[in-house]
Each structure stands twice: as C-alpha cells, then as structure tokens.
Design a protein around this ligand. Structure first.
Ligand SMILES: C[S@@+](CC[C@H](N)C(=O)[O-])C[C@H]1O[C@@H](n2cnc3c(N)ncnc32)[C@H](O)[C@@H]1O
Length: 289
C-alpha cells in the first residue's frame, strides 16, 4: 500500500475553496457543499481564521483564482454534457477536488487521477469525513513523470472513444515539459471534440515588476512545500505546442476575461490580482486510431 502523503499545495487549494464557502458573499462563485467537510475538524480553526480580502488582498486574490478555475471546469463540463453528450469526466491531479463525491449526473463516469501518495491521503480524508463517492467514481494513482497515464486509465475502465471532459487544474506549472507533453498526447487521442481545461502561468520575464515579486513569493512557498513550479508559457508558445499535438484551442482566458465572466458586481473583496494566470480550454480534433 502506497504511503499516504499529503500534497501540501492540494491542501492549501482545498483550504481556499473551503474558506470561500464560509467567508465570501453570496452568490458564491463556486458552491461546493463538501469543500468544508472533506477537510475534517483538524482544519476548522485555521478556516475560521482565514482573513478577509480587505486586509489580505493577495490571499483573496489566490482564493478568487482557485474558485474561478473550479467553476470554469464544472461549467465547461455542464455545457459539454448538454451539447456533446459527454459521458466521462477525468480529473487530473485531483487533490481534494470533491466533484466525484457530489456528481449530479447519474450517467457520467468520473475518473480521478493523482500522484499515488496524495491519492492515498485523499482516500483517508474521505473515509475520516464519512464521505463515500458514488459507484461511477474511479480513483487512479498515476505519476505523470513516470507512469503511463493511458495504460493506467485503460486498466481502470476508462474508454477513450467516449466524449470526455478533462479538468487539469493547478497542476501544469508543477510538471516537467516531458510530463506535460506525454499527458497531452494521451488526451489528444480522446474522442474528437473532447475538451481539456487547464491553467497555466506566464513566464516571469513577461510580467511587470510587481507581479514578478508576487510570483516569486508564491514560487518560494510552493518550493518550500516540496512542489516547485517549473513550467511556464506565453499564450503563443502554448498554442504552438497544442497545435503540434492536434489540439485546438477553444478559449484562452486571461484574468480580465475570467473577471468579466465570474467576478463582476461582487459585494465582497474577491478579485483576481495580476495577469500571470491563464485558463485554457482545448479540444481534441483527431479520431482515435
Ligand atoms: C495545487 S494541487 C491542485 C489539486 C486540485 N487539482 C485542485 O485544484 O484542488 C496540485 C496537484 O497536482 C498533483 N501532481 C503534481 N505533480 C504530479 C505528478 N507528477 N503526477 C500526478 N499528480 C501530480 C498533486 O498531487 C496535487 O494533487
């Protein structure tokens, strides 16, 4: 049995999703009734202490980013189910994402993939919180740097000939270029029109000085957590790489587009800070061999 080691970055992200449920104004950007319960009582004090956006704008900025990207993924899934009859949802680098446990679509098969050690940790967190995922959920341990994602998915019953939406949130910056490309090559073979939602960050040198400092601060913290950032793109570099793999960009959303879609007219301080983060939605175009 793999040792159950938390992903510290996944925990910090989950704490922000949970803080959003408790501290931000209604309507929430991302309504997740399991975001607080999955963390269990050990984190209740820390959650209650989460400062408000007025005093800690950077913290509110990260929280806004985390909940906006989660909302975009689930909105994309809902639209794809309605228009493309999507039958599978693949969550890559799932961390403490709770979708599999609150899946409202009875016919949707959900596959969660994560690094083996945090994957076992999540199973323990779910058991401790008495949260039982419904039967169409499959949990698949994969290290994108070492394992064959395709073989592991296949062994778990994933069918790449079915229309699929893949969410890959908060993971790409932690990967090597080889792992990123190997994963995309697998996703590019999915049923044509299958969509992938992932976020990426602009390279440090393309950011204004103040944002370089914000990125430096975040980079130092994730490196201390043992999960350093290592992959950045400009939008044109990314577009070129996706094109070579047969993936078509449906949307590349910058901070202004995300704000316009999800964060206008709020009565709280929830707002994105800086322009470094982008969300990309891409679609497979080639029929599987
Ligand atoms: C910042 S967390 C994001 C978690 C989740 N997607 C969310 O938004 O809450 C990064 C996740 O990527 C996973 N990850 C990072 N490198 C990985 C790798 N090489 N193979 C598999 N998973 C990886 C970590 O285990 C962790 O769950």
């Amino acid at each position: 049995m793999m040792q159950a080691t938390p992903s510290r970055t996944a925990l910090r992200v989950a704490l922000r999703r949970a803080a959003h449920q408790l501290h931000d104004a209604k309507p929430l950007v991302f309504d997740d009734p399991l975001a607080v319960p999955i963390l269990g009582p050990a984190f209740h004090d820390e959650l209650r202490r989460t400062p408000d956006g007025a005093r800690r704008p950077f913290s509110a900025g990260l929280r806004a980013y985390v909940v906006t990207r989660a909302r975009l993924a689930e909105d994309t899934l809902a639209a794809a189910i309605a228009t493309h009859h999507t039958q599978q949802y693949l969550v890559l680098g799932a961390g403490l994402d709770t979708f599999a446990c609150r899946n409202p679509y009875p016919a949707l098969r959900v596959f969660e993939v994560d690094h083996p050690a945090p994957h076992s940790w999540k199973q323990q967190m779910l058991a401790a919180a008495n949260i039982t995922p419904p039967p169409p959920a499959h949990f698949v341990p994969v290290d994108f740097e070492r394992d064959s994602l395709r073989a592991r998915l296949h062994a778990a019953g994933f069918d790449e000939t079915l229309p699929t939406v893949t969410a890959w949130l908060g993971v790409v910056p932690y990967l090597t270029p080889d792992a990123f490309h190997a994963t995309l090559r697998v996703l590019a073979r999915f049923h044509p029109g299958s969509q992938i939602i992932f976020d990426y960050s602009l390279p440090r040198e393309s950011l204004p000085p103040v944002e370089q400092l914000m990125l430096d601060s975040l980079s130092a913290r994730v490196a201390l957590a043992g999960e350093p950032f290592q992959l950045f793109f400009t939008p044109s570099q990314l577009a070129e790489q996706l094109d070579r793999l047969g993936l078509r960009i449906v949307e590349d959303l910058d901070a202004d587009s995300l704000t316009a879609r999800y964060l206008t007219n709020r009565s709280d301080h929830l707002a994105l800070r800086g322009k470094a983060a982008h969300m990309c939605i891409a679609a497979s175009t080639t029929p599987n061999p």
